[in-house]
Every structure is written in C-alpha cells, then in structure tokens.
Design a protein around this ligand. Sequence first.
Ligand code: F6P
Length: 532
Amino acid sequence: MWTELKAYHAKIADRRIDATLNAARAEDFSVRQGDMLFDYSKTTIDATARDLLIGLLDKSGVAAKREAMFTGQKINETEGRAVLHTALRNLDGGPVIVDGVDVVPDVRATLDRMTAYANDIRSGAVQGAGGKITDVVNIGIGGSDLGPAMAVRALSPYHDGPRCHFVSNVDPADIAEVLRGCDPATTLVIVASKTFTTIETMTNARTAKAWMGAKVADTGAQFAALSTAMDKTAAFGIAPERVFGFEDWVGGRYSMWGPIGLSLMVAIGPEAFRAFLRGGQAMDTHFRAAPWAENLPAMLALVGIWHAQVCGYGSRAVLPYDNLLGRLPAYLQQLEMESNGKGVTMDGTPVAVDSGPIVWGEPGTNGQHAFYQLIHQGTRVVPCEFMVAARGHEDDLHHQHQLLVANCLAQSEALMRGRTLDEARAKVAGKFEGAELERQARHRVFPGNRPSTTLAYPTLDPFTLGQIIALYEHRVFVEGVVLGINSYDQWGVELGKELATALQPVIEGEKGTEGKDGSTAALVGFLIKSGV
Ligand code: F6P
C-alpha cells in the first residue's frame, strides 16, 4: 500500500498547490466538527491521494481497532493493558468493561471526589496552617506535568482559584524558583505520578516536604497525591482521603482528563473542568461515527501520514496563533513522539516506513521572527500546522487579535504561493541594476508550494480545548495503527534511566569510571574536577 502511495506522490510531485485552489477545493478539502474547521486544502493531497490514504485506514483495520480501544480491549499489547483515557470523559455514555468489570462508576466517583476537594480548596473549607490555600504546586513530570501545565496556561482567562505552579525538572533550579514565590503555610503540594516511583518527582516531593516542614507541623494535610500506586502514596505519608487514584489503563501522556487534571480543576473550577471533558467527549463521539473523509482526527492523521511517511518530510511544526497554547507544542512532543517514535511494529518486526515525525513549534507571531526564515526559504520542507481562534479573550484589544489572525493566514498563503524570480526582480528593480539586480533578486525568491493546514475555532474555551486535545490523541491513535506501532508503551525511555541510576554513585565520587566509554569517563572527570 505504501508503494502505490509513494508512486502517486512521485507522479504529482511537480504540481503546484495554488494552481487548483479555488473555493470548491477549499470546501472539499476541509473537515468540520462542531464549530471547528480543519482546512487541508493547502497541501498536495488531491482526490486520488485522499482515496489512497483512506485505503490505508481500511487495510490496517483502524475501525476495528478504534472499537477495541473504546470498549476496553487490551490494545496496549506489550504491557497487556486496555487504553481507556476516553472513559475518563465518558460523562453520560454507557458502561465500559475491563476484565468483566464496568469501570465507569469508579471514574465518576473519583471525579466527584475531585470536585468536592477542588471546591473545598477554592472556598477555603480546606485550609493550610496559615489559612486559605493561595498556591498549588503540582510536582510531576512527562504526562503528569505537560498536560495540566499546558491546559492551566491555555485556560488562564478562566482562572478564579489559587495560583497554580508546576515543578517537573530534577534540576533544583526548577523547584527553588517556584517555592521562592510561595508561602509554605498556604501552599498545597500535589504529587502527580502514575507510578509514584519516578525519580525526579519523588526527589522534588521530598524537597517540598522538607521546605514545608520547616514552617508547618502537619505537612500531610497540605499534600495530595495523584497515582495508581496507593501503597506508595501511603508510604510517602499522604492520607487516603487526599489520594486520587486511577487505573493502569490510563497512559501517562493521556491522563489529564482524570486525577492528573486536579490542578486544572482547582484553577478553573469543576464546572469548567467538566466543559473540558465534554469537549473531549464530543470529539470521541465524532471520531467513532463520522465517515473517514469527514472525520477530523482521521483526516488530520492522514495528512500527517502523507507528509511524514509518503513525502518523507522529517518534522512537522505546530504553530498556534494563540498565545494561550504556548505549551501545546511541548505537550504534543510527548503525546506524538513518545507514542509513535518507535522502530518496531506490534509483532516486533521493523516498521516498514519512517516512524512518527519530529514535532516542534512555537506560537505565532513569535516564531515568524525566529525560525520561519528556514520554513520559507530553507532547503527542507516543513509541513506547518497552524491553529487560530476567531476571537481572543481581550475584547478591548480585538484589533490586535485581528492583526494576529491576518498574520496566521498570511503565513500559510506565503508558504503556498512563494515568490518567483520575476516577481523578485520586480521587487528590487530601481534599487539595483545588471548582475547586482540578478544577485539581489535571487535572495528574495520563495519556492512556495510548501504545505500547511489550519485548524480554526471560535475561541479557546474549556470545551474547545477538550476538543483539540482529544483530536490530537485520536490522530496519534490512527497514525499508530496505520504504522502498526503500539502507541501506548514507551520502552525507549528505559535505557537512559538505567544508566543514570548507575552513574549517580560515579558522579558522587563513590565509584570509579571503570567500564565506562572514554567520552563519558572524560566528562565525569572534568565535572568532578569542576566541583560537581
Ligand atoms: O519517562 C517516561 C514516563 O514514563 C512518561 O511516560 C510518563 O508520563 C512520565 O515518565 C512520568 O511518569 P509518572 O507519572 O509515573 O511519574
């Protein structure tokens, strides 16, 4: 199936996107879900390519796998687990059975407990030693940090609770900076860790406990835990009423819909948090029912596959023209790269094509003044995924928002149109002559025909953020199934962790560097001499 797609791509490689881009193509090559529009008409995908791509979905059994996921079958085969983050936002759907048990009642009971606790923190019914909680510090890393940190920032216009901070890095600079601005007597620390063994999180949690203990007698009252490991949260000294549990069928990078989202719930309130869940649920319903060509996650995935596996572009840029989504690229890096950055398929054989691409990005317009030069004129093609809201939250500054939108649309237009040598010559005519004119003109040529998509939505409210995050989760799922990859394990993070554990006594000077390669031994030697 890849051969046919690659052959077709080669056949249309010289075709210009803008040659056929009229209103009918814009309509035909876009998808709507609710009040959201996904436009992929500024790509080289045509009707034949789309049919071939949709053929991939059928050949790889995406529909059956989708049902297997939603109904709690153990599609994470290497870990023998179901993949049920969708159950966390199943606010009014039917039962979901795992190992003969309906998991929905437990999910709802935990959501109700989170709601009561969040309300108590927000109202002051739960107090710190010094009175009402003013600051919440979420200590977690990876999926126990990136999702809530991204969402707390994205929904900052809806904050009406305590300030929320995030500590993730084992680098002491991270926690020191956060704690410096907090009062231990009015701070709640949330230790977020699925496994409750992650070294960075547990080290930071102990540091926070010591910081609080210097001023607060009963630190336990100001600590909560979010985890699947109840024995470990108890051993750390967190009472069960402040522990919010979840099951192993929630992957770390898919976990912000449940207890890992507690900091978000405290920040924006349980009602707004439920709106976020409803947005995710609306995307689930759409994903399960819409025909492929009208299915937003499926088409976003197929555009991704076209660019990464068929055209061979090695990365994709996520460019939100929405400053509130400033942490979205980092969040998507984990979601997409930890899920689909793998070299073998489910049965252990090598992946037939490239695995998932490198994902990166920055909000516009900042990126325009940094790396867009390469996107427009560099020799590598970077497919760009623009995102833009019709309205921001600053009604009195709407003219600035309009300028932002104009920039977003201008960039995708510029990438597609480019500028010919003749047009460039006309630009510099009058300023230069002869050979110098020719030389100057060549620097002003833009190749164009560079693909981009745009996701447009009315405004970034909790419901819309839920739609967006669920959209990307399902994109990852579809891409993973087509590649034959297990998107829900992450064995690639293990080796570095093991070697770090082995290196710690070497760095601390308790062990020598015997058996280490020359480079690592030399670096250890340099750092020890320099005072590590
Ligand atoms: O290092 C990878 C990872 O396991 C991620 O998948 C996960 O989100 C992160 O570490 C944190 O894990 P935990 O929530 O168990 O502390």
